[in-house]
Design a protein around this ligand. Structure first.
Ligand code: ZN
Length: 421
């Protein structure tokens, strides 16, 4: 059976946050004018809040969505896109009270010694995760992902051993990078086969990523957090959650709605767009925020938690259409997994050659010495798994780090589409 929200319990919280938004933000005052909420159905009739709207209503444009335009007592995190178009998300210091719950739900406690490996450009995670760990009295090593560079990683491993680090927090691709290094160095001073806790966020973690991590961190409890910079933490994983399953935090009201009609909740077990309302966030209230992620509610969990459980299928725009072929990112991920010489660092580039669509798949390989037939094998594997073969498909192999990263957060842009430029 699917766990639904208890309407009588949640409705008062929803009324409260909507009224708070209307009274304190010009943005919601205008957006929700003439709307009064008495029951869940009324709430579902509210217009959704799109990411662009948040940015149009924050500095330097206006402060219409902020309840405290002086910005005292708050953090600001930069998100989205390149540095010449920064977008700002504000959080009160009090917001971080929720953060501790994220770690408690993953069994973090004062006995844990945590290395914070979030990279430059992920300061939102770097800072807010530290704040959460503080509240659980953990021992914290803020060290960042640059400590994993080839020339200093031995020193970093010594630090881990000296300080008896037993927990890692980072984006999944940083953990993969670390695992790739350890794979080449089986007898490192810090043994990755110890009992470890790994908590990742900031990027979708695929089953194949976990599988590879588990091959190196053999005794690790690996979980991820579903969060966005705008909303904060949305979902956590209990021990029974599969890689793309999460329980929804108590401070989040989550809806799954029809992709074309945000006022229509999808039926049980059906997929739709995830909308989230943060019931606690005050300086920049987030109400019916359109996440752009696709998900569905799923059956009750063996852990017996009362928190609703969802399954996430990634960004709704994580599907590239080339010619008449739809290529979901996870499909490429599954193909890459078939070849042990390759990593999950890949990028799809769509372009035009005359009137025809072309697709270039760049994949970082673990080694330079690759079998001659590998390119053809990967091409065939991609074409065999796609709904229709791709006419103009090129596969390129690059060394680790060969695919350009976003300089701000070190993430690979998975899909680049030049066809509309
Ligand atoms: Zn559970």
């Amino acid at each position: 059976m699917i766990k639904e929200y208890n309407e009588t319990k949640i409705i008062n919280q929803l009324i409260e946050i909507v009224e708070y938004g209307k009274q304190n933000c010009l943005f919601y005052n205008y957006k929700f004018s003439n709307k009064s909420i008495k029951k869940l159905e009324d709430f579902r009739m509210l217009p959704v809040t799109k990411s662009e709207e948040l940015y149009e209503n924050t500095p330097p444009h206006t402060t219409n969505i902020l309840t405290n335009p002086t910005l005292s007592n708050s953090y600001v995190f930069i998100t989205g896109g390149t540095t010449n178009k920064p977008k700002y998300v504000f959080r009160n210091f009090e917001d971080f009270d929720d953060q501790a719950k994220y770690f408690k739900s993953q069994n973090f406690s004062k006995t844990d010694r945590v290395a914070n490996l979030f990279a430059q450009g992920m300061w939102g995670c770097f800072t807010s995760w530290n704040k959460g760990l503080e509240k659980l009295n953990c021992f914290i090593l803020p060290i960042g992902s640059s400590s994993l560079k080839d020339n200093i990683i031995d020193a970093t491993l010594k630090v881990f051993e000296d300080l008896k680090i037993n927990a890692l927090i980072a984006v999944p691709s940083t953990i993969i990078k670390f695992a790739l290094f350890l794979e080449k160095k089986p007898n490192s001073v810090w043994n990755p086969e110890r009992a470890l806790k790994i908590l990742v966020g900031g990027e979708l973690m695929t089953p194949s990523m976990i599988k590879f991590m588990k091959s190196i961190f053999k005794n690790a409890d690996i979980r991820s957090l579903y969060a966005t910079t705008e909303i904060g933490g949305v979902g956590y994983q209990c021990e029974f959650c599969k890689p793309n399953q999460y329980h929804v935090f108590k401070n989040i009201f989550l809806e799954i709605v029809n992709k074309d009609n945000p006022h229509l909740a999808v039926k049980a077990n059906n997929r739709g767009e995830i909308l989230a309302t943060n019931l606690n966030k005050r300086i920049m209230p987030i109400i019916r925020f359109s996440t752009g992620d696709e998900g569905k509610f799923i059956d009750n969990c063996s852990c017996n938690s009362n928190d609703p459980k969802i399954e996430i299928f990634g960004r709704m725009d994580n599907i590239l259409c080339v010619g008449s072929t739809n290529i979901p990112l996870n499909l490429i991920s599954e193909v890459v997994e078939l070849f042990p010489e390759l990593t999950q660092n890949f990028q799809l580039i769509a372009d035009k050659e005359g009137p025809q669509d072309v697709l270039i798949v760049k994949i970082e390989a673990k080694t330079e010495k690759l079998p001659k037939k590998l390119k053809d094998q990967v091409k065939t594997a991609i074409n065999n798994t796609c709904s229709e073969p791709i006419n103009n498909l090129t596969v390129q192999f690059l060394p680790i780090g060969g695919i350009e990263r976003n300089p701000r957060n070190n993430k690979i842009k998975r899909i680049i589409d030049y066809r509309w430029l």
